[in-house]
Every structure is written in structure tokens, then in C-alpha cells.
Design a protein. Structure first.
Length: 52
């Protein structure tokens, strides 16, 4: 599931974000890849607590 979500971040999107942020594409890609599990864990926690 994580890989499917991560795959939605196309190379074009990563390139665009990197350009706008003035960062390297590799760093932006890693940041987005790390963000997905954190956000998913937060969502699971809210669902478990009945908040979502």
C-alpha cells in the first residue's frame, strides 16, 4: 500500500517541488517518501480513536 501511494509522486512532481523549494530532487523525493508513512500512521490513529 505504501508503495502505491508513493508511486503517485511522479518524477515531474518531485522535479517541480524541488525547483520551487530550491532543493535537490533526491532530497525532496526522500522527504516525500518519509512523509507517507507518517501521515498514514496519523490517519490510522485517528480512525482508531473515532476521530476520522
Amino acid at each position: 500500500m505504501l508503495d502505491t501511494i508513493k508511486a503517485t509522486f511522479s518524477r515531474e512532481l518531485v522535479s517541480h517541488l524541488a525547483s520551487r523549494l530550491g532543493e535537490a530532487e533526491n532530497g525532496v523525493s526522500k522527504a516525500l517518501g518519509g512523509l507517507v508513512p507518517v501521515e498514514l500512521a496519523g490517519l490510522i490513529k485517528k480512525v482508531g480513536a473515532g476521530e476520522a
